[in-house]
Design a binder for this molecule. Structure first.
Ligand code: FES
Length: 56
């Protein structure tokens, strides 16, 4: 599922980034550009990062 339409970032990519060491939405943003255009995805993306972190 694509979370950030502007940058084409999927929930799977977010999961993979957390698995690879990302610890915050900021980390994901710096790597992918997620949330840097319209910003509509930020809320959902933040939750996905939290969920991925809590599963570790
Ligand atoms: Fe992510 Fe627009 S949907 S910045």
């Amino acid at each position: 599922m694509v979370v950030c339409l502007c940058k084409g970032v999927s929930d799977r990519q977010i999961q993979q980034l957390v698995d690879a060491g990302a610890r915050s939405l900021r980390d994901v943003r710096e790597t992918t550009g997620l949330g840097t255009q319209c910003g509509k995805c930020a809320c959902e993306a933040r939750q996905l990062v939290r969920d991925a972190l809590s599963e570790q």
